[in-house]
Design a protein around this ligand. Structure first.
Ligand code: NAD
Length: 251
């Protein structure tokens, strides 16, 4: 498996559930990878280096890509996977919480992309993959601010694809449903009977399970590769069929 041989990749949220699966997969496919996250975890492979990086901090973005310009001279793959979730209705959400989730989920993507673009332009086939969500199309109750940020990510993805397609930079968004990661575990933690909730969540999927980080990394890997050379400006839903069905049929 060397689909990404010779490529370089920068993954925000690279220590998270989905981000770390993506970093491992990229490394197995032959890419050199920077896993950028709030805390720099022990890198699991020689091809992956960890970077302490806060997506809300413009200085971090400037420094990271100045360093990568010297080290690699280009960037082929950018994955914007850092994200947080707030489980509240709009009345329960404080202005500080609203600003924080937009700072991480949307402004963080803007800042990282802005400073990565000069390096992406130097690639022979650059690919940017943003993390949206099926929550950017349809709403989970009690996730108002999160849903709003993911709608913004979807619009940002299309706009970036239009602006940078002529420069040879493809931009897509992955829109997962439920994926088994620390973010999902925290979502379940606040529920009363966790086992029965988990079973109900599995049952509501046509495919009868929720996703794994590797399910998502498979799609990211393809979008990052040259096989996806004609794919840009799209919102790729990967949700076990969750959003394909008419929910009223379950009543
Ligand atoms: N897990 C799901 O069910 C699911 C569903 C749809 C979309 N997503 C999206 O996928 C992406 C990855 O989510 P995950 O499930 O792996 O979550 P996760 O909580 O396991 O990982 C998120 C990572 O982002 C990092 N992060 C948070 N704030 C940061 C900041 N300011 N700077 C740098 N890193 C920061 C965290 O430290 C963490 O490692 C997120 O954008 C999330 O919204 C997840």
């Amino acid at each position: 498996m060397t689909r990404l041989s010779g490529k370089t990749a920068f993954v925000t949220g690279g220590a998270g559930g989905i981000g770390s699966a993506i970093c491992s997969r990229f490394a197995k496919e032959g890419a050199q990878v920077v896993a950028a996250d709030l805390t720099a975890e022990e890198a699991p492979s020689g091809n992956i280096s960890s970077l302490r990086y806060d997506v809300t901090n413009e200085e971090d973005a400037k420094m990271a890509f100045e360093t990568l310009l010297e080290r690699w001279g280009k960037l082929d793959i950018l994955v914007n996977a850092a994200g947080i979730e707030i489980e509240k209705t709009i009345e329960e959400t404080s202005l500080e919480e609203w600003n924080r989730i937009f700072a991480v989920n949307v402004t963080g993507m803007f800042l990282t992309s802005k400073y990565a673009l000069p390096l992406l332009r130097r690639s022979a086939g650059a690919s940017v993959i943003n993390f949206g969500s099926y929550d950017g199309f349809i709403a989970d109750p009690g996730l108002t601010a999160y849903c709003a940020t993911k709608g913004a990510v979807h619009a940002l993805t299309r706009a970036m694809a239009c602006d940078h397609g002529p420069e040879g930079i493809r931009v897509n968004a992955i829109c997962p449903g439920y994926v088994d990661t620390p973010m999902l575990q925290s979502f379940f933690r606040d529920a009363g009977d966790i086992d029965s909730l988990k079973q109900s969540v599995r049952d509501v999927h046509p495919i009868r399970r929720y996703g794994t980080p590797d399910d998502v990394a498979n799609l990211v890997n393809w979008l990052a590769s040259d096989e996806a050379r004609y794919a840009t400006g799209q919102l790729w839903v990967i949700d076990g069929g969750l959003s394909a069905q008419v929910q009223q049929m379950k009543l």
